[in-house]
Design a protein around this ligand. Structure first.
Ligand SMILES: *[C@@H]1O[C@H](CO)[C@@H](O)[C@H](O)[C@H]1NC(C)=O
Ligand SMILES: *[C@@H]1O[C@H](CO)[C@@H](O)[C@H](O)[C@H]1NC(C)=O
Ligand SMILES: *[C@@H]1O[C@H](CO)[C@@H](O)[C@H](O)[C@H]1NC(C)=O
Length: 488
């Protein structure tokens, strides 16, 4: 006769508990932003995601090319709604109906895209927006929810709102976390909405920015290797900024009566260039530490054993056209460079080893534009300015991999960036005769002179389809012509 003692019983109970909703297995996903000058085609990026077994992707809009490429991939998708369109979605259900029909349900056919979340706005409560978007968030959510219900998708797709620490200000201790006073009412409504739909609170956490913005921020506190400056909060001790920030949010949720709400991390990561603390080894240490921490299921002092439901790394690829207002690092958050090449070995903990590079990148020919060594380059200043206003030259600055390549190197780098941006159009390497095209890679050390990619692969295949269409049409008219003639 089997004997079940208390020990066994508690094990069974524990097992049942673990299997219930209390136990969340975190999944690692990535943000896929597209503010880039050299865009790799969406099917190539989707292949990169699949090669790396990345199960979830977060987008900032609902680009049909990208959603089409994600169809049939099995990858779970969070689409985004830019802040600028919240107003129109908030104004009428017919606008949200149109959005759901055109941008969502169209892709959710059998074998289609697996859209699971819609991010309504992107950090719409930021105080720097001075309230211009926040009034639209809840009306837009309620309209979209109605439209999803009509489309029979309300049970499948959840609405979320990406926020960052700005929404709960930073007190010195996590337990003092509270939403900004001016947001209390709005947050209460938002949390009620999220709670009634079983949606998580989506938060972006950036220890890098804390370190970058404050010179007295202890460097080791930004990482996960323990800290000589832990934050002691009553009986809780914090050894890393991620946990501290996370529990500040948990405390804020507690205060409004939503202490059980699941939390997902919408963005978290570390840039590789553009500031002294933005470099390959720091990015690798941070991301590895983060992934191990999350997958250990340790949780945080306020939520022991309950890690975030999902974690979306920021970011998949570098985005060379992003605004550098926050800093030059803003264009260098990718775990892959713009062309899908892993910047450093990183194990995403998805049972797939370290990052695998993108395949079938459609590079432009191996040629570069550099400063002509036989010319007087004194007048190059204006050309550099124009080139770098349009192309990305952020690696030339302090904290960048090309900061020490000298005067002539600077000019060549700027010329080449512009030339590649112009898809190697010969005229774009003129610079009043100061530029010249070379077939020898001018890269020096860690400073890589890029070769652009040709993102017109898709346009090419569309052109073929069009041509094929004409061809069929042509055959058909010939056929009609022959028949008519024969008939006459
Ligand atoms: C829906 O998709 C179209 C592109 O197909 C885009 O122009 C529009 O802004 C999208 N709507 C929203 C609300 O994101
Ligand atoms: C990279 O960044 C880390 C973290 O801020 C810093 O400690 C380190 O000195 C940097 N490494 C280099 C080579 O600059
Ligand atoms: C190259 O340009 C960068 C950015 O303007 C500057 O910091 C650096 O000093 C320049 N190098 C030389 C040798 O002029």
């Amino acid at each position: 006769m089997p004997r079940i003692n208390y020990y066994h019983l508690s094990l069974i109970l524990l097992f049942l508990l673990l299997r219930s909703s209390l136990f969340v297995e975190s999944a690692i996903g990535v943000n896929w932003g597209t503010i880039a000058s050299h865009k790799v085609s969406p099917p190539v990026v989707v292949d990169l995601l699949r090669q790396n077994k990345i199960p979830k992707v977060k987008l900032f809009d609902s680009d049909p090319e990208i959603l089409r490429a994600l169809m049939g991939s099995g990858i779970e998708v969070m689409v985004g709604i830019p802040n600028e369109v919240l107003g129109s979605l908030a104004s009428s259900v017919s606008a949200s109906d149109a959005f759901v029909v055109q941008n969502i349900s169209r892709f959710m056919v059998k074998g289609g895209a697996d859209i699971r979340y819609i991010a309504v706005g992107n950090e719409p409560f930021l105080s720097s927006y001075q309230g211009q978007f926040q009034q639209y968030v809840l009306p837009a959510m309620s309209n979209i929810q109605q439209s999803l219900t009509k489309a029979n998708l309300a049970g499948y797709i959840k609405l979320v709102v990406p926020c960052n620490a700005d929404a709960y200000q930073s007190p010195s201790l996590p337990s003092q976390g509270a939403f900004r006073a001016d947001l209390t009412q709005l947050m209460t409504q938002l949390l009620t909405f999220l709670n009634s739909n079983g949606s998580p609170f989506l938060v972006n956490i950036y220890p890098f920015l804390s370190l970058y913005q404050s010179s007295d921020f202890p460097q080791d506190y930004a990482f996960f290797e323990g800290s000589t400056h832990p934050v002691v909060d009553g009986s809780n001790v914090y050894y890393n900024a991620f946990d501290g920030n996370y529990d500040t949010l948990v405390a804020a949720l507690n205060k409004l009566g939503f202490g059980q709400m699941p939390v997902a991390i919408g963005e978290v990561g570390w840039p590789t260039e553009g500031a002294p603390s933005a470099n390959l080894s720091a990015a690798r240490a941070f991301n590895e530490g983060l992934i191990n921490h999350v997958l250990s299921n340790k949780g945080t002092p306020l939520r022991p054993g309950v890690p975030p439901v999902d974690v979306y790394l920021f970011s998949l690829l570098d985005e060379g056209q992003k605004s550098v207002l926050p800093g030059n690092f803003e264009r260098h958050w990718g775990i892959f460079s713009f062309d899908g090449q892993a910047k450093y070995p990183l194990n995403l903990g998805l049972g797939n080893g370290v990052l695998k590079n993108a395949k079938n990148i459609n590079y432009l020919p191996a040629r570069w534009c550099v400063a002509n060594p036989y010319k007087d380059l004194d007048t190059a200043g204006n050309h550099i300015k124009l080139a770098c206003d349009m192309a990305d030259c952020t690696t030339l600055y302090y904290g960048g991999s090309c900061n020490a390549i000298g005067d002539k190197g600077n000019i060549s780098y700027a010329f080449n960036s512009y030339y590649q941006l112009q898809k190697q159009d010969a005229k774009s390497c003129d610079f009043d005769g100061l530029g010249m095209i070379t077939y020898l890679d001018p890269s020096v050390g860690d400073c890589h002179f890029l070769v652009g990619v040709d993102d017109n692969v898709n346009a090419g295949s569309t052109a073929h389809r069009v041509n094929f269409g004409f061809w069929v049409l042509g055959l058909f008219s010939m056929f009609v012509y022959i028949c008519t003639c024969g008939f006459l």
